[in-house]
Design a protein around this ligand. Structure first.
Ligand code: SF4
Ligand code: SF4
Ligand code: SF4
Ligand code: FES
Length: 947
């Protein structure tokens, strides 16, 4: 727990290693060269009055409040814009300075509403503080002159208000939007007295290009831009540092509280993944935690057509244990299994796989990473020796050329995208490989050097063509390959990519990219300097997902882009803890730390610790569990924090399999789609209600801290413990820190991790052990984890999903900024104002051929199924390609996707489906009845009348 207000150093820290000594107000101060006088003073404990400066932004020098006197220099320079110099003697408080500052403050205050007592920022207003700091006692000009007091408020944004009458035109908001967020949505319009902050083209915030990241609100020193939650609730009185539960960036936040009431989430300045920045989801979309649809009591029912009946925790847990035991007695110990969640903590995930392996006695455990990044694990382990990205996010600041393939960071990983955009504005070059013109291709002050708008499904071909150019034009980093890689695998690979079938001239026509563009992009990547590759689900969710991950690794090794800052292979993980759920042993063939269940030594360690014999046979993957359910051999499933009916491919198949099971247990916040087939519902807890850790895309283990009591009575980890105990598998922990201690004891890459270390360091990146006691920001620095880097031949094999006369278009899917995955949380927040339905993007030519206009309802059909949604006619997608998001259950985009999957990992091929689009009169019958059906599934029997 900490105080809400943090020290603001006024200007950013200097990165210089050299130091400078100077005197400030009689104190000798030593600081890094390049530090501002203002920051040097703050570091010495001396506050210089300021308004336009804040340490998240470059100094601007407009308010003239921070003036100082420097011996031997004329005038009163601004301390925020003046760097320190050796031997400088500075005075921050002289009679002359006091008078100047009072005069400045008088001008501000004469044009400011004097409603401090009822202002929402009372207690957190820098203008108020500065009036006190300069000793302002009167305003000689009075308050009757020309002023801005009558200006209308803009309350269009659901989360923050803009009251221009309180604006002091310090430009902090404008600079935050430019420097930190990179959206450039704000400007100062007009000059002098007429100058004012304006969103977009003098629009409301909601109508402008603002993405609601909150950076301007955080930067504003007054109540001009302020969170509506603060207006409603009041100022927070304490803060707890925790981690966002949405995406794999893993931003740290200060949860600012009044007692147990959350007032606002403020991005933590010392968060190592986000450095004080946030996106609309983590910053504002936490209201789902107390949404009225949240289920807070355990419920059971005998059959899935009955209404739910609320019961005690004891009865619900007893039912789970007795049903699972009955099913194992009747059908064998492998008749049940569990699914872990990438939304839950490492500790919770570890406990679920421990319950399955130790308590159920089999390895039937899988995770939702199966449907997103399992190819990353496979591909990077095969080439580098470890199943994780190679860098930290800070690394991008040293990249010279960035290749983004199959990822859309501005929507899916927004805080990382802001850092990437900053680096691109500084001059780094960008290559985008994506079927769709994502925002990064052209956005304010950024333009990609190349956009390879390939046909969905041709990633492997394009990467081979890039490699072909690099090998045949002698652009390989031979010294790196000779020293760091397995030469025989390199030679095989080089001979393979040099084949004519991999040349840009052969690949270009089939991928729909001009050969000369492929060649130019390859040359740029190989010769520009530090080359960093970032990729997402547009790489993994293909029938060749693992192949393409290996092709990316090959490209990085061939160009020497591994093992130092600024380079690397960086999977942008989708969910907050997808890395962690994989690390914790959620796959049916691996214990924590990616060690195979058939390894007698590893298995022996766990057997000794858990006191149970463990199965040496890999268990069933999610898809195999579903198939086995339809065969009649798999009967019971414990699903923690996952909605497999919505997130897994071929919805009909999943529904039939779930319906065939005898005991489905769903643990979640809401009665999700999967719960329609459940017999026991265990109410889950939010990230605000529990302790634990999440591991982000850069392998960073971040603390999640409980800020309020679980509304359902138990945190998720306690529920798993209760099930284990009821099944007579005694797992005992008093606190999640003890679970982490066990993980550290049993998992070499986590050997040094403890809550004490995390509390001290803020966060660490695994491997964290004796050799790396505070973690490993960049992997494979001195050698690959597997020894020598292994090149793997990555032959392009076209997907079985072919277009033809019936299904002539290719559908690909993605995310949008304001929504998250299947939308269970974000749809229950005000984020719905930005995206209240999934729409189908279609190129104008394809739309015209079909008589479809923008906004029309269209039917989308594939070989697997069909749905209807509205069309958005746009040239963001190429002719022949259509695109949609999958955030709304009423659309059920996965009804359309096929059951094709990655050859190595079964990761579904969500990104390529042959479809047809035709005009429609409106939603299909099942969509029309969706709400009614959903309500039926959510029926809860009335409580029996009291006797
Ligand atoms: S909320 Fe973010 S995007 Fe919107 S104006 Fe403020 S800084 Fe810019
Ligand atoms: S809105 Fe706030 S940050 Fe922006 S110029 Fe006005 S006072 Fe400064
Ligand atoms: S970028 Fe990701 S982790 Fe950060 S605030 Fe947004 S959703 Fe949360
Ligand atoms: S704080 Fe330095 S000029 Fe405003």
């Amino acid at each position: 727990m900490s105080f809400v207000h943090e020290i603001d150093h006024g200007t950013p820290a200097s990165a210089s290693a050299a130091t400078v000594k100077l005197i400030i107000d009689g104190h000798e101060v030593t600081v890094s060269a390049g530090t501002s006088i203002m920051r040097a003073a703050v570091e010495a404990g001396i506050q210089v009055p300021k308004l336009c400066a804040t340490d998240s932004l470059e100094a601007f020098g407009s308010c003239r409040l921070c003036l100082v006197e420097i011996e031997g220099r004329a005038g009163t320079p601004a301390s925020c814009t003046t760097p320190v110099a050796a031997g400088m003697v500075v005075s921050t408080q002289t009679e002359r300075l006091k008078q100047v500052r009072k005069g400045v403050m008088e001008l501000y205050i004469s044009d400011h509403p004097l409603d401090c007592l009822t202002c929402a920022a009372n207690g957190d207003c820098e203008l108020q503080d500065m009036a006190g700091a300069v000793g302002l006692r009167e305003v000689r000009y009075g308050y009757q002159g020309a002023n801005h007091l009558g200006q209308a408020k803009d309350e269009s944004n659901p989360y923050f208000a803009f009251d221009p009458s309180k604006c002091i035109v310090c430009s902090r908001c404008v600079r935050a939007c430019e420097e930190v967020q990179g959206t450039f949505a704000l400007t100062i319009q007009g000059r002098g007295f007429e100058s004012k902050v304006s969103a977009g083209m003098a629009e409301s915030f909601i109508a402008s290009e603002c993405v609601s990241c909150g950076a301007c609100v955080q930067a504003c020193p007054t109540a001009t831009l302020i969170e509506k939650s603060v207006i409603e609730i009041g100022q927070p009185e304490h803060a707890v540092t925790t981690t966002c539960a949405y995406c794999g960036v893993g931003c740290n936040f200060k949860a600012e509280m009044r007692g147990e009431e959350l007032v606002r989430m403020v991005p933590a300045k010392d968060g190592k993944a986000n450095h004080g920045h946030s996106c609309v989801k983590g910053r504002f979309a936490w209201g789902y935690a107390h949404h009225r649809e949240r289920i807070l009591k355990p419920m059971i029912r005998e059959t899935i057509d009955q209404p739910w009946r609320e019961v005690s925790w004891d009865e619900a847990i007893g039912r789970v244990a007795s049903e699972f035991r009955r099913l194992q007695q009747a059908h064998g110990k492998r008749a049940i299994g569990g699914i872990t969640s990438s939304r839950c903590t490492n500790e919770e995930t570890y406990l679920v796989q421990k319950l399955v392996r130790g308590g159920f006695g089999n390895n039937n455990v899988d995770t939702c990473a199966r449907v997103c990044h399992s190819p990353t694990g496979y591909g990077l382990k095969a080439t580098f020796g470890t199943s994780a990205g190679t860098q930290d996010f800070d690394s991008v600041e040293q990249a010279d050329i960035v290749l983004v393939i199959g990822a859309n960071p501005t929507d899916a990983h927004p805080v990382f995208a802001s850092r990437l955009k900053k680096r691109l504005r500084q001059g780094a070059k960008l290559i985008v490989i994506d079927p769709r013109r994502i925002d990064l291709v052209r956005t304010p002050h950024i333009e990609a050097a190349f956009h390879l708008a390939l046909r969905p499904g041709t990633n492997a071909a394009i990467l081979n063509a890039l490699a072909h150019t690099i090998v045949t034009e002698c652009l390989v980093d031979e010294a790196f390959v000779r020293e760091r890689c397995d030469l025989s695998t390199f030679e095989d690979w080089a001979a393979f990519v040099a084949e004519p079938c991999n040349s840009p001239e052969t690949v270009g026509p089939l991928a729909g990219v001009p050969p000369e563009t492929i060649r130019a992009a390859a040359r740029l990547f190989a010769t520009r300097g530090n080359g960093a590759i970032y990729y997402g689900l547009g790489v993994t969710e293909h029938s060749q997902g693992s192949t393409v991950v290996m092709a990316i690794a090959n490209l990085a090794m061939a160009t020497g882009n591994i093992g130092r800052p600024g380079v690397g292979v960086n999977p942008l993980r989708g969910q907050n803890n997808v890395q962690g759920s994989c690390d914790m042993g959620s796959f049916p063939h691996e214990f924590s730390g990616y060690r195979h269940v058939s390894d007698d030594g590893v298995r022996g360690t766990f057997e000794a610790l858990w006191g149970r014999p463990l199965d040496a046979e890999p268990g069933l993957r999610i898809g195999n569990m579903l198939d086995a359910a339809l065969d009649g051999s798999f009967k019971g499933l414990y699903v923690q924090g996952e909605d497999i009916l919505q997130s897994d491919p071929d919805t009909h198949h999943v529904a039939e399999a779930l319906a065939a099971m005898e005991c489905v247990v769903v643990q979640d916040l809401f009665l999700n789609e999967t719960a329609a087939y459940a017999h026991v519902f265990l109410p889950g807890s939010t990230f605000l209600e529990k302790d634990g850790t999440f591991t982000n895309a850069e392998r960073r283990i971040n603390r999640v801290r409980r800020v309020m009591t679980p509304k359902n009575g138990l945190a998720d980890w306690e529920i798993t413990l209760a099930i284990a105990r009821a099944m007579r598998f005694d797992m005992h922990y008093d606190h999640p820190s003890q679970v982490m201690d066990e993980i550290a004891r049993t998992t070499p890459t986590f050997a040094g991790v403890s809550y004490a270390l995390l509390d001290r360091e803020g966060s660490v990146q695994w491997p964290c052990n004796e050799r790396a006691p505070t973690g490993t920001p960049v992997m494979h620095a001195d050698g690959f984890v597997r020894g020598k880097g292994c090149f793997i031949v990555t032959e392009y094999v076209p997907t079985d999903e072919k277009v033809g006369p019936r299904f002539p278009l290719l559908l690909t899917t993605g995310r949008i900024l304001s929504q998250y995955n299947v939308g269970a949380q974000t749809r229950r927040t005000a984020n719905i104002v930005w995206h209240d339905e999934d729409v189908l993007e279609i190129h104008p030519h394809d739309a015209e051929d079909r008589g479809v206009r923008d906004g029309d309802w269209v039917r989308l059909d594939s070989r697997a199924g069909g749905t209807t949604l509205r069309a958005r006619v746009t040239d963001r997608v190429a002719p022949g390609v259509v695109y949609t998001t999958f955030h709304h259950p009423g659309t059920q985009a996965n009804v359309v996707t096929t059951d094709n999957s990655d050859w190595a990992t079964n990761c579904p091929e969500y990104k390529v489906t042959a479809v047809q689009v035709a005009p429609s009169n409106g939603p299909s019958d099942w969509q029309r009845t969706y709400d009614a059906q959903a309500l039926a599934h959510r029926r809860i029997a009335a409580a029996p009348a009291a006797e």
